[in-house]
Design a protein around this ligand. Structure first.
Ligand code: ASP
Length: 290
């Protein structure tokens, strides 16, 4: 039977003391649009990119317009995507000066022989592709000049956006976009732009991660979920097992995942994770805590 499903996240840095009414309403709206696209037969790859672009553009999450600066006050953004049907991947790391890092990641996948471009090379490529530039960072980024009142200095507090989907033709895809962790060193790259770490899609599962990226890199978190599913484990158990392992190492965060049957999973070990989903029954849900 043909079925589609989708899950997205707005980061696992949610705090119980904060009000996420705007994010909740926005995530629902993004899923409603994505649901129509998937139910109309759109490819999972297109839909995850569109959803991540909507999350980036909103300024509500720590990605795209809502990015936080590094210790030098510069906005170095990371993004990646993977197409499970073809196992192609694209990524940008430490990209400066562009509104949609996920659009740049897709261009790397589709228009270069490479998987990842970083820093100045990524920016030169994005410019040559005609992608939309940030002209005035202080005016564009919603967190510019505000400091990070929600997050104590010195901690690796974080936020990211991502989406994973199964389309009616059985194709899986995932995309992730972030500004990384707050107070990061210039040049620091987390898991988000690294296929296998912060994003993954193959014929078994599509996964997008959020959390302290260093831990996700060390255990190839996103790919590990899919490999466990490929070995016969249920998606919920595989996803939970990976987050438990990150917790045992001292890391925090979560992930979202969809398998080829349309099952979804959203485990996290932080206080909350902003997330919304579409089930194979056509039901839409949104949640931040529990
Ligand atoms: N994983 C991201 C990073 O380490 C941050 C996050 O997901 O909140 O860059």
């Amino acid at each position: 039977m043909k079925r589609c499903a989708l899950i997205l996240h707005g980061g696992a840095g949610a705090r119980r003391s904060q009000d996420y009414a705007r994010e909740t309403a926005h995530m629902r709206q993004v899923v409603e649009v994505a649901a129509k696209r998937l139910q109309g037969g759109a490819p999972a790859l297109d839909v995850v990119v569109e959803a991540v672009q909507a999350l980036e553009a909103s300024g509500l999450y720590v990605a795209g317009r809502g990015a936080s600066p590094n210790l030098d006050g510069r906005y170095e953004l990371d993004a990646s995507l993977m197409d499970g049907a073809t196992e192609r991947a694209g990524a940008v790391a430490a990209l400066e000066g562009f509104k949609s890092p996920i659009a740049a990641a897709r261009a790397v996948m589709e228009r270069t022989p490479h998987v990842m471009l970083a820093g100045d090379g990524a920016a030169a490529f994005a410019g040559a592709q005609g992608l939309e530039r940030v002209k005035d960072a202080e005016a564009w980024f919603t967190r510019a000049g505000k400091g990070e009142d929600n997050h104590p200095p010195g901690t690796l507090a974080h936020g990211t956006v991502g989406c994973a989907a199964l389309d009616l033709d059985g194709r899986l895809a995932a995309a992730t976009s972030t500004a990384g962790v707050f107070g990061k060193m210039p040049g620091r790259v987390g898991d988000s732009p690294i296929p296998a770490a912060g994003v993954w899609a193959d014929g078994h599962a599509a996964v997008s991660c959020t959390g302290q990226g260093e831990y996700y890199i060390r255990i190839a978190a996103a790919a590990r979920v899919a490999w466990r599913v490929e070995a016969g484990e249920a998606l919920a158990s595989a996803a939970r097992g990976v987050i438990d392992r990150i917790g045992a190492m001292g890391g925090d965060g979560g992930l979202i995942a969809v398998d080829r049957h349309g099952n979804i999973a959203d485990p996290y070990n932080s206080q909350g994770m902003k997330r919304a989903w579409l089930t194979t029954d056509g039901e839409i849900g949104v949640r931040v805590f529990d």
